[in-house]
Ligand binder design. Structure first.
Ligand code: DON
Length: 576
């Protein structure tokens, strides 16, 4: 029997309408009456993921007495099956774990690493021009995958389930298949050109007669089931040293890729201390390097703390202007300073200090946008629409998990490992192929993010946990490439500054500025009058498609509130 969803709670849509929240600080539970957006509620825990089947299996783990990390690892493997465009075992990511009982917040860094044979100029042609095709759509685009080692490490440190138990639902979903929703069909159609170039990808994502799956068809992944089963039977090292490693290396050797047996055998996740800041009395923990997310979310919040954002109000021109001004300064710093701290010095204490924020704030004028070229120089670049996935999980015993992982683009490089049933990431594109040349998200990187063997490429993924009075309060994060940091920031501000319940906070329209290109990107839903006011201050407004998918949780007074992001039709929050 293929899997069918038991329950599918999608955050009530109406994306794009400006929200009006009460101005008094009230408990999340007290503001539900009379609100237009309603979170999922729970008394003992909550899961929020971007796919209802992953939410369902994670929910079952919690219901059977597993903890939040057990549920997160189970969801991570299930998403690799049900949402293969971004859920993965061929990529990498970050998991933040907050244990209220010990007071510790830990980060597991399972970001991909550059293979030993990688070189600083490997994506430049003979004239020294960066060739994006090479860093995105070839076997050389793949970093050494970290997901299997990272999820297994989380389970070892914090879980109660065995690895094989956490893998069981994923194996079942891959073996028995699941009924494909519209989003799956659309995603494969969008990436069709890339996927059909490679026999293994074609065989994985299309039917035997070569036709595409349609809504209602059952999608099975026997090769992936076999790979997951080998990992379940032999442990995580199987992926790095066993038959799966052999399949990856054979794939690399057939197509001029760089990843070797030694690269795989040498891969290790790292335990990191998260970036930490304080915003209006709340403790904010978010991913530290090799992600830029934590440093810059704290930097932006420090700048904004100096303004009465609550009084100005959600969607007001003043609020949006100040957010944009703070964002551009942080992204200019990102381009200059951020990289893997195992390889380069990053001035993290300075970036996240209140004094530095005071200095930045003093450069901001309320009535005029600072042009980006007065902040620093660089080249504008277009955005691309892509996909990563974030999930948040909390249990009733004080454990909370915020996890973002990715293969970079939707369907990564589009290249599946023959015989192993999973896609390779194209994360190498997150390095700077050449200083000053933007990556796929228009992000500029410098020396700090140049390619070096064994190094982790700079990320924007920002799994975040906010604590209040020592207790887990808000668990959030998002996909969205460069927009991840600003999406996560806005969920946090919507809850803390604008007193929105978590479903409203997640659904509200978003804005984004990343310094270069010098434009203020907005979703539909802001008032045209407000946008005119912003233009009058010198902002170039660009209204584009939706940003991010911030599956989030708020815990208050022992109750759990889940916000499923309506920007994904398969998003699902489930409380228990
Ligand atoms: O690590 C990063 O920042 C990117 N590789 C994430 C890519 C992403 O979020 C794609 N988008 N939705």
């Amino acid at each position: 029997m293929p899997f069918l969803p038991l329950r599918h709670t999608l955050g009530t849509g109406l994306l794009g309408l400006a929200l009006c929240a009460p101005s008094l600080a009230m408990a999340q539970s007290a503001i539900l009456e009379g609100e237009r957006f309603h979170p999922e509620t729970g008394e003992q825990g909550m899961v929020a993921t971007s796919h209802f089947l992953a939410s369902q299996v994670a929910h079952e783990v919690l219901a059977e007495g597993g903890n939040a990390v057990d549920a997160a690892v189970t969801a991570g493997f299930a998403l690799a099956v049900t949402q293969p465009r971004s859920g993965n075992i061929g990529g990498g990511g970050f998991m933040l774990i907050s244990d209220e009982r010990s007071g510790e917040v830990t980060a597991i860094d399972y970001r991909e690493t550059a293979p030993a044979a990688a070189t600083e100029t490997m994506f430049q042609d003979e004239e020294g021009n960066a060739v994006s095709e090479w860093s995105r759509f070839t076997h050389r685009a793949a970093g050494v995958p970290g997901t299997v080692a990272g999820l297994a490490r989380a389970l070892e440190e914090y879980g109660t389930l065995s690895l094989s138990a956490a893998l069981a639902p994923a194996i079942r979903l891959a073996d028995e298949g699941f009924v494909v929703p519209q989003r799956f069909v659309d995603g494969v159609a969008d990436a069709g050109e890339r996927l059909t170039q490679w026999d293994a990808s074609q065989a994985m994502f299309y039917k035997e007669d070569g036709s595409a799956y349609r809504v209602g068809d059952t999608f099975r992944q026997p090769d992936l089931a076999a790979t997951l089963r080998r990992i379940a039977e032999q442990g995580a090292r199987e992926f790095y040293e066993g038959e799966t490693a052999e399949l990856i290396v054979a794939e690399m050797q057939r197509h001029d890729g760089l990843i070797t047996r030694e690269d795989l055998a040498g891969y290790q996740p790292e335990i990191r201390e998260p970036s930490h800041g304080n915003y209006r009395g709340y403790d904010v923990y978010a991913m530290s390097p090799p992600s830029s997310g934590g440093a810059h979310i704290v930097e932006i919040l420090n700048v904004l703390e100096g303004y009465d954002i609550a009084e100005m109000g959600f969607g007001a021109a003043d609020t949006m202007h100040l957010m944009a001004e703070a964002m551009k300064r942080a992204y200019a710093d990102r381009a200059e300073y951020l990289g893997d701290t195992d390889f380069v010095e990053v001035p993290l204490d300075g970036l996240t200090s209140k004094a530095y924020a005071d200095e930045l704030r003093s450069q901001i004028a309320i009535d005029r946008a600072t042009p980006s070229d007065e902040i620093s120089a660089g080249d504008p670049a277009p955005y691309e629409s892509n996909e990563t996935t974030h999930f948040s999980i909390a249990d009733g015993d004080g454990l909370a998990v915020s996890n973002t992982y990715t293969i970079n683009f939707s369907y990564g490089s589009g290249i599946a490992v023959e015989g192993a049933g999973f896609l390779l990431n194209n994360e190498m594109d997150d390095f700077s192929a050449k200083p000053g040349v933007p990556n796929a998200y228009g992000l500029i990187g410098g020396e700090a993010n140049k390619i070096e063997p064994g190094k982790r490429m700079l990320s924007s993924m920002t799994p975040t946990i906010v604590k209040r009075d020592g207790e887990n309060f808000l668990i959030t994060g998002s996909p969205g490439g460069s927009r991840i940091i600003t999406t996560t920031l806005q969920v946090l501000m919507n809850v803390i500054d604008h007193d929105m319940n978590i479903q409203s906070a997640v659904s509200a329209p978003r804005l984004h500025h990343q310094w270069l290109p010098d434009e203020l990107r907005v979703e539909a839903g802001f008032s045209p009058d407000t946008l005119s006011l912003l233009e009058a201050r010198g902002h170039t407004i660009s209204q584009q498609s939706a940003m991010g998918a911030a599956q989030s949780i708020v815990i208050e007074d022992g109750r759990f509130f889940g916000g499923a992001d309506p920007r994904r039709s398969t998003s699902s929050a489930m409380g228990l």
